[in-house]
Design a protein around this ligand. Structure first.
Ligand SMILES: *Cc1c(COP(=O)(O)O)cnc(C)c1O
Length: 380
């Protein structure tokens, strides 16, 4: 026992200052944060009720309105990763016994199912093979069958690379007096998105994918319709940390302490959003589209094929098929150790069958496409 402790002490003294390998993160997330964002995050923290910090929170709200194209008053950052913001939408909108219809076309649809069940929802699902999306007709049939209080869909299914079209879905939900909840974790900042025009009532995202920040401060928004349902609740929101009424008192004019915001992450998020505003949202979307098309061309030129039909492919995340006889994991490992490039492997139905290549935020640049495809060609 004494000996163990002394060895531990010796190891502790021998630890060198932190050194992190320089990786190019072209997987499903995180992506590399923009250098300006990293610089902002290394600034001294302010107090969480300092007027200068409160002003920065206001700026985050205004910038989130812009990138999401929404006027929702309740638009904030959740202190946590995308999953925390995901849970915030569920915790605030679902009451025990509510019928919640979830479109499952990949891994993150299943996570929504798990979360909604934990909050006591009567969960109904519709499913698609991984890589496909739901048509408006299919959604209509399911809405008619299940009559849910909430319909939940994943806009950008990071496990498959498929983009779920949302045009008309908000109107459909209004016909059935349902709320529309949408996962925009891998779409915000990289894929055209119009929350208000599409009639989305609850949405969430993260900081470390299309926004080009580090993980930990995650966008969350609720429409007035979603707020009304919240106000009519018979039961308390079963999650203190994510209760939007309490959070609203910190983000709104009352400025009541709720939790200590991760100050430096909020600096980073503010800068990441500002950079998108500086570039222009439409330009940012176009850049993602242009670079991903370049990626597809270059991958095809070395004989590889994409898993998703062109019409429904995401600009932020591409699933590329692993050729027969190739060990997907070994190739990914080699890309990391020999070329310092991270790509993702397949999940669930697609395990071992695809690689997942992300071009998100700051990383969506032609030189990254070249570096990846050159390296991939070498290791293959
Ligand atoms: C990454 C991701 C999440 C979870 O976000 P974390 O930041 O990892 O908690 C949820 N949904 C989708 C579609 C994602 O890609």
């Amino acid at each position: 026992m004494t000996q163990t402790i002394s060895i531990r002490d010796r190891n502790r003294r021998q630890l060198q200052p932190l050194q992190v390998p320089e990786r190019l993160l072209l997987g499903p997330g995180p992506s590399n944060a923009h250098p300006t964002v990293l610089q902002a995050m290394s600034t001294t923290p302010l107090g969480h009720l300092d007027p200068a910090f409160l002003a920065l929170m206001d700026e985050i709200q205004a910038l989130l309105h812009y990138v999401w194209q929404t006027d929702n008053a309740m638009t904030i950052a959740i202190s946590g990763t995308g999953s925390a913001a995901m849970e915030a939408t569920i915790a605030n909108s679902v009451e025990p016994g509510d019928v919640v219809l979830i479109g499952v076309m990949g891994y993150f649809g299943n996570r929504l199912v798990d979360m909604a069940q934990r909050y006591g929802a009567d969960v109904r699902t519709i499913t698609k093979p991984w890589g496909q999306v739901f048509s408006l007709d299919e959604l209509r049939t399911a809405m008619d069958t299940h009559r849910p209080r909430i319909l939940a869909l994943v806009h950008a299914e990071t496990s498959t690379g498929a983009r779920q079209p949302l045009e008309g879905v908000g109107d459909l939900c209004r016909e059935f007096n349902s709320l529309l909840l949408v996962d925009t974790v891998t779409s915000l900042g990289g894929v055209p998105i119009f929350l208000d025009e599409w009639g989305v009532d609850l949405a969430y995202s993260c900081s470390q994918k299309g926004l080009g920040c580090s993980p930990g401060a995650s966008p969350f928004t609720m429409s007035d319709r979603a707020q009304e349902k919240l106000q009519q609740r018979q039961t308390k929101v079963a999650n203190w940390y994510l209760d939007s009424t309490l959070l609203g008192k910190y983000w709104g004019p009352e400025r009541v302490y709720h939790h200590t915001a991760p100050i430096n992450l909020y600096y980073g998020l503010r800068e990441a959003l500002r950079l998108i505003a500086e570039e222009g949202l439409a330009n940012c979307w176009q850049r993602h589209q242009k670079n991903v098309e370049y990626l597809w061309d270059r991958l095809e030129s070395i004989g590889l094929t994409m898993h998703v039909e062109p019409e429904f492919r995401l600009p932020t995340l591409t699933t590329v098929r692993v050729p027969d006889g190739v060990d997907a994991k070994a190739i990914a490992r080699q890309l990391l150790t020999e070329h310092n490039i991270e790509v993702g492997g397949g999940l669930g139905e697609l395990a071992g069958k695809v690689w997942r290549i992300g071009l998100m935020g700051y990383n969506s640049r032609p030189e990254n496409v070249d570096r990846l495809v050159d390296a991939l060609q070498q290791v293959l």
